[in-house]
Ligand binder design. Structure first.
Ligand SMILES: [Zn+2]
Length: 410
């Protein structure tokens, strides 16, 4: 490219090296390239020397020093020359940005900054550059299965505390494709638009919760794909109903007698687990509860019974079971359970699609990706803004292609 290392200098005080400065000069007689079109152009003048942070050598902060030339391009006029180790006006070399970004996947951004003696801001900008490069170079072809979900973020329940996430959930590739604020129809439309009409056309399956705005948009935009309701979300709705009943009953019993209320104590988590996974003392308590005539016990039994639904192979039998279960739930006099039953009934066709798509999409995928997202959003990464968190999500879950770390010099 026409650059050479001219001089390496150790800068320090009291015999302790504080930084390494590498002075770079342009190759004698070789013209610079226009930074817009990358074609060689005659020189115009020279700008004052600038510094770029390079990967630390032997743990010592290292800098490139170079006075960029300006060239006179036939097409683009007087512009700064193309500088191979740098991108735009950033004070950090591409090599260093790639280096920091790769570390920022293993360490928190704060730890990365501390370890390599740079600022949090510089780590943030590096990851941002890395992610933007990856997003611009990623392949969106051959995506067959899409998962759409909502994630809660931060404190409170305002509209801005929810994110819409779009995943690829194919067996050969599971990754985060898009994330956006809020969980409205508008958000999802924006996401699908960003991924492009070609990506949407190639879809065979879409997987989501029963959240109305998502159902509407997916029906309108991806009607050709088989829409499957996610098992994980349905279990969640059932669990929420059981929990609601337990809480209400606990409050009611406490006003009558303490002894009766004690039956419901410490049962929150055992009730939410699958029955076969409850063991030990929790199991004893659960058995005692089931022997009682409490509403919580009946709700739990209904929830457990629904588990059979997923074992069917034929759509017809699954449909018959769904009818039977909803009938039972609707007669249960447990309002939260009745609500779930009504919801399942009104989405029967989408629910049964799970059997039509059987084997084609794996069920735990959305849940697994959600858990990973929670790790990023909850760990105290010190994300001060939504934008920083979004970058971190793409960085850790997007499986983005990476820019080559090496730059060519001569
Ligand atoms: Zn040019």
């Amino acid at each position: 490219m026409g650059f050479v290392y001219a001089e390496v200098q150790m800068v320090g005080r009291h015999g302790e090296p504080e930084s390494i400065e590498i002075r770079i000069v342009s190759h004698h007689g070789r013209r610079g390239c226009c930074s817009v079109c990358q074609r060689r152009a005659p020189g115009y003048d020279r700008l004052p020397e600038r510094r770029w942070q390079f990967v630390p050598l032997w743990g010592i902060p290292t800098w490139f020093r170079y006075a960029p030339r300006r060239v006179q391009c036939v097409e683009h006029g007087v512009v700064v020359e193309q500088i191979p180790w740098s991108d735009g006006k950033r004070p950090v070399t591409c090599a260093m940005m790639g280096f920091l970004a790769r570390w920022a996947r293993r360490l928190s951004w704060r730890e990365t900054a501390r370890t390599f003696q740079t600022s949090w801001e510089s780590v943030y900008r590096s990851v941002e550059w890395f992610v933007q490069w990856g997003l611009a170079h990623r392949q969106l072809s051959r995506i067959q299965a899409l998962g759409v979900d909502e994630i809660h973020w931060g404190h409170g329940l305002r509209a801005d505390n929810f994110l819409t996430v779009i995943y690829q959930i194919d067996a050969h590739c599971r990754r985060l494709l898009w994330v956006g604020k809020r969980r409205s129809e508008k958000t999802l439309r924006r996401g699908l638009k960003a991924l492009g009409p070609e990506m949407v056309r190639s879809l065979r399956f879409v997987c989501s919760d029963m959240w109305k705005p998502y159902l509407n948009v997916l029906a309108a935009e991806a009607g050709h794909a088989l829409h499957v309701l996610d098992r994980f979300h349905i279990t969640m709705h059932l669990n929420q109903a059981v929990d609601e009943i337990r809480r209400a009953e606990g409050t009611r019993l406490r006003t009558v007698s303490k002894q009766k209320a004690a039956k419901l104590k410490h049962l929150r988590w055992p009730l939410l687990r699958r029955g076969s996974r409850v063991r030990g003392r929790a199991r004893q308590k659960l058995n005692a509860l089931l022997a009682s005539k409490l509403a919580t016990a009946r709700a739990w039994e209904l929830k457990e019974a629904f588990g059979y639904f997923w074992h069917y192979k034929s759509v017809i039998w699954a449909s018959a079971f769904l009818d039977y279960w909803c009938e039972r739930a609707l007669r249960s006099r447990l309002e939260p359970m009745k609500k779930v039953a009504r919801m399942l009934r009104s989405h029967e066709e989408l629910l049964l699609n799970w059997f039509r798509a059987k084997g084609e999409i794996s069920t735990g995928t959305v849940e697994g990706l959600n858990n990973k997202i929670r790790v990023v959003t909850r760990r105290s990464y010190g994300f001060r803004t939504y934008e920083a968190m979004e970058i971190a999500l793409y960085h850790t879950l997007g499986r983005l292609p990476e820019p080559e770390s090496a730059h060519r010099f001569c």
